[in-house]
Ligand binder design. Structure first.
Ligand SMILES: Cc1cc2nc3c(=O)[nH]c(=O)nc-3n(C[C@H](O)[C@H](O)[C@H](O)COP(=O)(O)OP(=O)(O)OC[C@H]3O[C@@H](n4cnc5c(N)ncnc54)[C@H](O)[C@@H]3O)c2cc1C
Length: 595
């Protein structure tokens, strides 16, 4: 049976010593996040996911969701009861605004809990996850009436939420949307069209589902500038909040897919459904981006979450499975063979995943902290720097953490040999579940293009210069400390590669955009390696400072892990830079007919 223990000690270490929660008392809501409260969230939340959600992970995978003739969908056995417990305990309300019944805790705290939920049961976590994206869009773009009508019950978890962008002919290129929104006399709109691949589109967990739908009004420009956002409830809501008639929206079918079987992925038919405009007409993409940025970070966390649970299982197996003898003499002479954890190649795999997970957790929490500062700080300069950071790092967290998260799940599966390939041990599910994170919320190739094409040049490169300066300052401030040199020296080499790649794009991509397109994915990963390397160095710094404490074994382990990152993972920046500098010539030389 697979196992999972929420890494509470690691989270706490990052929150306290790497991102330094206590240094941000000026940010609204941080007063609520006393060490005791944060501990309670991690401990109680960890217990909930381990005891309630994780045991349902394989159930959801095996049973999937079932659509009935009347269009209703039932989730796997136990999901409904677990969701009721989730709502009852208020886990979905942690960082939601108090005005709508939330607890207004920092986003960074709920992000820690989110990682645990995703590791325990990614398909389940997506139900409240999608609702959160919809909540974020309504908070920022909704009218007062829409907020009052929908938000309190979405925040509590009583109602679900979805995002409806994709259509059969339109995925990445949203300008191709065909769903129509015809104005009605009473100010509402009549929505008609088909959306596909809609996560949590229909299910039995909640009484109502609030769909956010992209559609085009009559005469709107035939491009992404002609898209508007609409709120379309599954069940109509009266002014007094009561539930009325069913709206003309239904689930036509559910997809049979590679992973996340426990989450219903629906074809949604809108047959003149009643909806209301959210924000301004033709500004729908702008409104949807609020939701997508939040969702992209959440998808990045899916990469980390699957990497972590796959790692924990691989460690347990590697300690237990007896095969071969250590190269340096038997380590378990009383047994028929040594456990495979003695073999350097097995260690290489485990250390690689572990080093990534520790750095990625810090990167996720650091980025979530920037979201808090960007939204809630009382200092305008701090807010701008944090927003720059968020914009720049969002495609990196989404693209890099999910690419590596999937790769790590495969590596962890490899340690099981043939036992990883059969379903019994659960490794196959982690691999299958992790795969989708590279695709949805904008395929990773698109994240790379977003980084290179939009985020880098934005505001004259201000965000990028801020990031480079921050890492450089860290290296400079600690360059004289010989205990930190094994971390700062490789980080400097990685940073040099990132600067060289950025410069190369500036000199070679404007005149020839294919150079940017051909190097974008390598650039995103180069950037990710430096960002993760920076986190790893900060972990090392914090661990060194705490080495004298009672937990010195754990601190020593963190130092070794960070050093492994510097020696074994970070040098990949040089390869990425070489590929970027090769440009687009050979990539684009062959005519399409030659393939
Ligand atoms: C399980 C699942 C759940 C989903 N949930 C939702 C949901 O809740 N709501 C929703 O609206 N959608 C959802 N989606 C849809 C998902 O977001 C899209 O599948 C994804 O954005 C890619 O769109 P596409 O499949 O049409 O691929 P396409 O857009 O056709 O892209 C195909 C390939 O071409 C590449 N490509 C396309 N354009 C470019 C370009 N300009 N430059 C470089 N490369 C390019 C892409 O990177 C990709 O690799 C879900 C999908 C799945 C499978």
């Amino acid at each position: 049976m697979p196992q999972y223990t929420p890494p509470i000690r690691d989270t706490r270490f990052v929150l306290e010593h790497v991102v330094g929660l206590d240094r941000h008392a000026n940010v609204d809501g941080f007063a609520n996040a006393t060490p005791d409260t944060v501990d309670a969230v991690l401990e109680e939340g960890g217990r909930f996911v381990a005891e309630v959600l994780f045991p349902l992970n394989q159930v959801g995978d095996q049973e999937g969701c079932v659509r009935h003739d009347d269009g209703s969908v039932t989730t796997a056995a136990g999901f409904k009861e677990a969701y009721a417990q989730f709502v009852e305990s208020g886990w979905g309300t942690l960082s939601a605004p108090e005005a709508y019944g939330g607890q207004a805790m920092p986003h960074v705290v709920s992000t820690a809990f989110q990682e645990y939920m995703i590791s325990a049961n990614m398909a389940f976590a997506m139900y409240p996850g999608l609702a959160h994206g919809a909540i974020a869009a309504l908070v920022v773009k909704g009218s007062d009436e829409q907020k009052a009508k929908y938000l309190p019950r979405m925040v509590s978890g009583e109602w679900g939420g979805t995002m409806n962008l994709t259509e059969p002919q339109c995925g990445t290129d949203l300008g191709l949307i065909r769903t129509k929104a015809e104005p009605n006399a009473d100010g509402s709109y009549s929505i008609t069209g088909t959306k596909i691949f809609i996560s949590a589109g229909e299910h039995d967990l909640t009484d109502n589902i609030i769909h956010l739908v992209l559609a085009k009004t009559p005469g709107a420009p035939d491009s992404s500038k002609g898209i508007s956002l609409f709120v379309v409830p599954k069940v109509m809501v009266g002014d007094d909040g009561s539930l009325g008639r069913r709206n003309a929206v239904s689930c036509g079918s559910i997809e049979h897919k590679m992973g996340i079987h426990g989450n219903s992925t629906c074809v949604m038919n809108y047959d003149g459904a009643t909806g209301w405009l959210v924000g301004q007409e033709n500004r729908g993409l702008n409104a949807m981006f609020v939701m997508m940025n939040e969702a992209r970070l959440a998808v990045g966390i899916q990469g980390l979450g699957q990497s972590e649970v796959a790692y924990q299982n691989a460690v347990a197996y590697a300690k237990d499975r007896l095969q071969g003898r250590s190269l340096t003499g038997a380590k378990a002479p009383d047994k028929v063979a040594d456990p495979i954890i003695v073999h350097p190649d097995v260690r290489r795999t485990l250390m690689g995943i572990r080093a990534f997970n520790e750095a990625a957790r810090a990167l996720v929490l650091w980025t979530a902290l920037q979201a808090d500062i960007g939204h809630r700080s009382d200092d305008a300069g701090q807010r701008q720097a944090a927003e720059d950071h968020m914009g720049l790092l969002t495609p990196v967290v989404k693209g890099v953490l999910t690419d590596r998260g999937f790769a790590n799940a495969v590596e962890a599966q490899q340690l099981f040999g043939g036992h990883g390939y059969i379903e019994e041990w659960g490794m196959s599910q982690f691999v299958r579940d992790a795969r989708i994170a590279m695709i949805y919320e904008g395929a990773n190739g698109i994240q790379a293009m977003d980084l290179v094409g939009r985020k880098l040049p934005k505001d004259g490169g201000r965000a990028m210069m801020g990031f480079l300066a921050e890492v450089q300052t860290f290296i400079k401030d600690h360059g004289e400390d010989s205990a930190l040199t094994p971390y700062t020296a490789p980080l400097q080499a990685g940073l040099n590669d990132l600067q060289a790649a950025t410069m190369w794009f500036m000199q070679n991509a404007f005149a020839k955009p294919d150079n940017a397109g051909a190097g974008a994915t390598d650039y995103m990963h180069l950037f990710g390696l430096v960002a993760l390397g920076y986190m790893s160095a900060r972990i090392a710094k914090a661990a060194l400072a705490r080495q004298a404490e009672a937990a010195s074994d754990r601190m020593a382990a963190r130092l070794v892990t960070s050093r492994f990152f510097m020696e074994r993972l970070l040098p990949e920046t040089a390869t990425r830079l070489a590929r970027i500098k090769a440009g687009a010539d050979t990539t684009m030389a062959l005519a399409a007919e030659a393939f």
